[in-house]
Design a protein around this ligand. Structure first.
Ligand code: PGA
Length: 267
């Protein structure tokens, strides 16, 4: 099966010309990736429309939004100044939406209940959902350790955290929904520290089991995210449990994008 690579540009790239340039280059490198990967760029809302219009008809790169709001006017009411509905994205021809990114959960107070409402609204509008889950840094107690200096992680605690998050975020989703999960330990995002491929694969396996048994999703795709770059991506993608990567910082550097897509194609 093709690996899945999501480039999350976050709130970077404020100039439209830089946005267009990076999208063009990503598209060019994607063409050379010999159809070995499905590639999604998630730019900011304000650049989605421009990139959709300028996209070539046979583009190898899909576009995704970085968030969505849960109400859908007119039934959901229109009184949500500043928000973007799932129907608005769908009508624009946006294919994917990232929901529950830890930066939104941590800094903008997004709760599991809000994430769940967004997931349901996105499915209802026919968008493909990329749900982000992942555990925060563990305290020494959570790691079952007495000494703060020990860096060992308690993988059991992390898996339990992620499982609970999935159960809350996916409540009442339609049977056999097509869903992509990005497993991103919060301490690994933007820090230069990654999980080990072994731990990430073990958590990905648990996520797949939970999606199979609790949500009847038969072919879920689970990606790893958190400081992925051209040097470490192969270690993750070589694991059969890991279906791709969600990449932030490295997606902004053209040389990194080139190497990431070459590595993916040569796996
Ligand atoms: P990062 O971001 O690759 O910069 O750690 C990952 C993400 O977007 O969650």
């Amino acid at each position: 099966m093709k690996k899945f690579i999501i480039f999350n540009w976050k709130m970077n790239l404020s100039s439209l010309s830089r946005v267009r340039k990076l999208a063009e280059l990503t598209q060019k490198y994607a063409e050379k990736s010999q159809n070995k990967a499905e590639i999604v760029i998630a730019p900011s809302f304000v650049h989605l429309s421009d990139l959709l219009k300028s996209r070539k008809s046979k583009s190898k790169v899909a576009l995704g939004a970085q968030d969505v709001f849960w109400a859908n006017p007119p039934a959901g009411g229109g009184a949500y100044t500043g928000e973007i509905s799932a129907k608005m994205l769908k009508n624009l021809d946006v294919e994917y939406v990232v929901i529950g990114h830890s930066e939104r959960r941590q800094w903008l107070g997004e709760t599991d209940e809000m994430v769940n409402k967004k997931v349901l609204a996105a499915f209802k509008a026919g968008l493909k959902v990329i749900l982000c889950v992942g555990e925060p840094t563990q305290s020494a107690g959570q790691r079952g350790l007495k000494h703060r200096t020990t860096r060992k992680r308690n993988i059991g605690w992390a898996k339990n955290y992620v499982q609970k998050q999935l159960e809350r975020d996916l409540k009442n989703i339609p049977l056999n929904s097509r869903l992509i999960i990005a497993y991103e330990p919060i301490w690994a995002i933007g820090t230069g520290r990654t999980d080990t491929p072994e731990n990430a694969a073990e958590t990905a396996r648990l996520i797949k089991q939970t999606l199979n048994s609790k949500f009847f999703i038969l072919t879920p795709r689970v990606l790893y995210g958190g400081s992925v770059n051209s040097r470490n991506i192969a270690g993750f993608l070589k694991r059969p449990e890991i279906d791709g990567a969600l990449i932030g910082g490295a997606s902004l550097k053209k040389s990194e994008v080139k190497k990431i897509l070459e590595t993916t194609a040569n796996l």
